[in-house]
Design a protein around this ligand. Sequence first.
Ligand code: HEC
Length: 150
Amino acid sequence: MNHKSSLSLFPGVKFKLLALFLTTTALIPALSGAQDRGYDPGMLENGQYLFQKNCASCHGQAAEGTVKNWQQRGEDGKLPPPPLNGTAHTWHHPIKGLAHTIRNGTLSIGGNMPPWKDKLSNDEIFSIIIWLTSLWPDEIYQAWLQRNNS
Ligand code: HEC
């Protein structure tokens, strides 16, 4: 059975594909339209671009993660990449700790994340972190700010 006839055999399928396409494209502006918290929009845009280019393969295009159970160690005994969109515990770490993890990665401490300090500047890493926090709901963002200040 070729592709075309399967579509006409199941007319619902065509509609579902269209609906999926529309939902996905509708999500894209929502994602790039990160929460406005007074950060420079150009910096947020750059952060998103750098994240999608360098980090999305492991952490997901929208930082939603790429594995179902990010808390469960893999067969190598190492943790998988967690989501960074506010649904995991990234907000527990003040900005310095996040920058440290991104700069140095976790390979040297037995993890699976490569270091970025030779590929990304501190400013670029900062833009990525701020873009990530722009995806977080307000209460998570506020809790993170408090950790940064204490
Ligand atoms: C090859 C896969 C891979 C790539 C690419 C990658 N990471 Fe990771 N990342 C991981 C893994 C795995 C962890 C979990 C920590 C560990 O290794 O034990 C992690 C953890 C993190 C954490 C800590 C999260 C937390 O909640 O403690 C941050 C922040 C992070 N990554 C940001 C980034 C950023 C930003 C980039 C791109 C510049 C990136 N990662 C690219 C695999 C990756």
